[in-house]
Write a protein that binds this ligand. Structure first.
Ligand code: EPZ
Length: 417
């Protein structure tokens, strides 16, 4: 399947933000910590969530979806401790399932993780973290075998900030005897939400949202329920989309407090956004000014919004230096924008200089990963003429029915075989 886009149109109307993908995935893993049912609401209907559900079912835990965007996971027992070798390399977040299996079954086999094209990222932090908690780790040719007779609380300092690394060790430590201290922990809103949910099930976590998280292990966790926080990355991408296409859009069911830095960036670029408790209203700006942009761990500018804002920067007046500090491969998608007419120079894999504004022309593009994939959709909506985007599974991994929602605000985009 591919997306067929005819760009150059202004959009108008309201976009509703889904529940956060990067909350749903760790919450689904956390549900395996208890043998009681866990109900998760406002779960986005996206490919990564479907894959995670399949992997969990493959472990023997039923995952049912009684209502729209609602999942019930009841991990009474497991029938295997080996993650599915075909499914789990498709989604890096499968690494979050290690801890619960290690605690409840004493062993787990993880095929090497995969996921986005932004490098099948290393998992050395997870391996070192589990070792610190007392697990033994054996690296085989196609999988890693973790086993643990007895896990004990420990102090673990992250050499670099890792979101899923923090989530993995935090949720695991809830049922490890003794105190675990995570230093240089990530501070994303999804981590705070995960800690609150785990505490509502009987865990003892303090400090989530700060660089130091303390977890006092408990022997059991109750079941519970949770509603996913809004997807701040989707909301931020919609802001970039609206600004780049000079559209008048309302973005609702979002949490502006999770987007402070991207909103400040837009204001400095001359884009006016009205914020209310759970919605954003963005109107066409007469003139958008280029501004340098550096990605940084939360609460800094999110790396997941770099690609959409790079597309916006091609429509801004002046020169901008984009510095991607988190990932090595996240600026290579800019060569596709150059093919559309953008003026972008890659100084090195972490730094790009964008000169604007430039007119973009439609062309045929391949989506490299979730976030660059949506950025290419934005570029297609900005460009004159026809844009075809292939490999849209990558986009469906992170955005629910994206073409239907964009069509509803006037975009000329269709999903074609
Ligand atoms: C999470 O990925 C998100 N995914 C990513 O979103 C997001 O881009 C990233 O955090 C940064 O914000 C989920 O939450 C499911 P990291 P994660 O560990 O946890 C290096 C999306 O599109 N690293 O914070 O995998 C890593 O290579 C995705 O929604 C190691 O070196 O990212 C990177 O350079 C894309 N060793 C840096 O840390 C490890 O063991 C930060 O990665 C782990 C990570």
């Amino acid at each position: 399947m591919r997306f067929l886009i005819h760009g150059g149109k202004k959009l108008n109307g309201t976009l509703t933000v889904s529940g956060a993908k990067n909350a749903a995935l760790p919450f689904m893993a956390a549900a395996l910590l208890t043998d009681k049912p866990v109900t998760l609401r406002r779960v986005p209907a996206i490919e990564d969530v479907a894959r995670m559900g399949e992997i969990i079912r493959g472990l023997g835990a039923p995952v049912t979806s009684a209502r729209d965007h609602e999942y019930i996971i009841s991990a009474k027992k497991f029938t295997t401790t080996a993650l599915d070798a075909t499914l789990s390399p498709k989604i890096r977040a499968s690494v979050l399932l290690l801890g619960p299996l290690l605690i409840r079954e004493g062993s787990v086999t993880l095929p090497y993780p995969g996921g986005c094209a932004i490098g099948s990222r290393p998992i050395d932090l997870f391996i070192n973290g589990y070792r610190k908690l007392g697990a033994t780790v054996e690296e085989k040719e196609s999988a890693i075998q973790f086993s643990a007779k007895k896990l004990r609380g420990a102090r673990f300092t992250f050499p670099i900030v890792s979101v899923t690394g923090t989530e993995a060790l935090m949720l695991t430590a809830t049922r490890v005897p003794g105190e675990t201290v995570l230093e240089n922990a990530a501070m994303e809103p999804e981590i705070i939400a995960l800690a609150e949910f785990l505490n509502s099930c009987g865990a003892k976590i303090t400090g989530a949202g700060t660089p130091m998280i303390r977890i006092m292990g408990v022997s059991q966790l109750r079941g519970g329920s949770a509603t996913m926080i809004p997807d701040r990355i989707e909301a931020g991408a919609f802001l970039a989309l609206a600004a780049a296409t000079r559209s008048d859009l309302t973005i609702k069911n979002c949490d502006p407090s999770h987007l402070a830095i991207p909103l400040l960036m837009l204001e400095r670029m001359g884009v006016k956004v009205e914020t209310s408790k759970d919605s954003l209203r963005i109107r066409p700006a007469e003139r958008i000014e280029s501004k340098d942009l550096t990605t940084h761990e939360y609460p800094g500018f999110p790396t997941d919004l770099q690609a959409p804002f790079v597309v916006l920067m091609t429509q801004a007046h002046g020169k901008a230096l984009i510095h991607e500090t988190i990932f090595n491969g996240r600026l290579f998608f800019t060569e596709k924008l150059v093919r559309m007419g953008a003026k972008i120079t890659l100084a090195d894999p972490h730094r790009a200089i964008i000169e604007g504004p430039t007119k973009l022309r439609g062309t045929t593009l391949e989506s490299p990963d979730i976030r660059a994939g949506l950025a290419l959709v934005i570029a297609g909506l900005v460009a004159r003429g026809k844009t075809t985007i292939e490999n849209i599974y990558q986009i469906d991994r992170g955005y629910e029915k994206i073409e239907e929602r964009l069509r509803a605000v006037g975009a000329d985009i269709k999903r074609v075989p």
